[in-house]
Design a protein around this ligand. Structure first.
Ligand code: SAH
Ligand code: DHB
Ligand code: MG
Length: 222
């Protein structure tokens, strides 16, 4: 099967495994209407986030990069009873769209959308004694990933899982001569993760409706 079929396979898998999802469809439509870019995780990736949170029995989840709240809906759905999601977003307009989408999905009471630069919000969370978090999803500006990883590590428990989106970007991640700030940020992030004894990590390349990309997954071991 040729690589160009991967979006079709993604749609087949989503049709077969996910079923209709009016809440997520409404969130995407509202995000589009509000002029947000179409860069949310795919339906299959969103379900993976939901299942990871559920499998962990997570009650405290942190997201860095909210956009219109598509992945936040997935993460919040996976929360154990009484669980909470804190999701960090720079753009007030994105945050407002996300809050509406989360309300409409019936999840508003489980989610706090915090506006501001993620690094500042992460420091504020540490000062407030928030957490420890059981699960973290990193998906904001790629050049910030190294700092978000470092700050997130101060907010998690041993056994927590840290997933990061967009760590492959059409394979450019393996190009050590890349001048793209996003690629350089992701490379610095992966190198930091790889040598940090507090985590064990892997990464999975993905294809589908979002093209050729990947997730990294780290478990906090110390
Ligand atoms: N997780 C979302 C997609 C996030 S897109 C989903 O899958 O549905 C990346 C988001 O990160 C954008 O909304 C962008 O505004 C936000 N962002 C960019 N720089 C940021 C920063 N410094 N702090 C917090 N959020 C940031
Ligand atoms: C972009 C950002 C993302 O988080 C993503 O999943 C896809 C694309 C971007 O900034 O182009
Ligand atoms: Mg992403």
């Amino acid at each position: 099967m040729s690589e160009r079929d991967s979006a079709g396979v993604d749609r087949y898998l989503a049709d077969t495994l996910l079923g209709d999802d009016p809440a997520l469809a409404a969130a995407l439509a509202a995000s589009d209407d509000a002029g947000l870019p179409p860069i949310a995780v795919s339906p299959l990736q969103g379900r993976l986030l939901d299942l990871l949170v559920r499998a962990l029995g997570a009650r405290r989840v942190l997201e860095i990069g909210t956009l219109g709240g598509y992945s936040a809906i997935c993460l919040a759905r996976g929360l154990a009873d009484g669980g909470r999601l804190v999701t960090l977003e720079l753009e007030p307009h994105h945050a407002a769209v996300a809050r509406e989408n989360l309300e409409r999905a019936g999840l508003g009471d489980r989610v706090e959308v915090r506006v501001g630069p993620a690094a500042e919000s992460l420091r504020a969370l540490a000062h407030e004694g928030a957490g420890p978090f059981d699960f973290v999803f990193i998906d904001a500006d790629k050049s910030g990933y190294p700092e978000y990883f470092e700050l997130a590590l101060g907010l998690v428990r041993v056994g927590a899982v840290i997933v990061a989106d967009n760590v492959v970007r059409d394979g450019e991640v393996a190009n050590d001569a890349s001048t793209d700030e996003a690629v350089r940020g992701v490379r610095r992030f992966l190198e930091l993760v790889g040598r940090d004894a507090r985590v064990e990590a892997t990464a999975i390349q993905t294809v589908g409706v979002k093209g050729y990309d990947g997730f990294s997954v780290a478990v906090v071991v110390a």
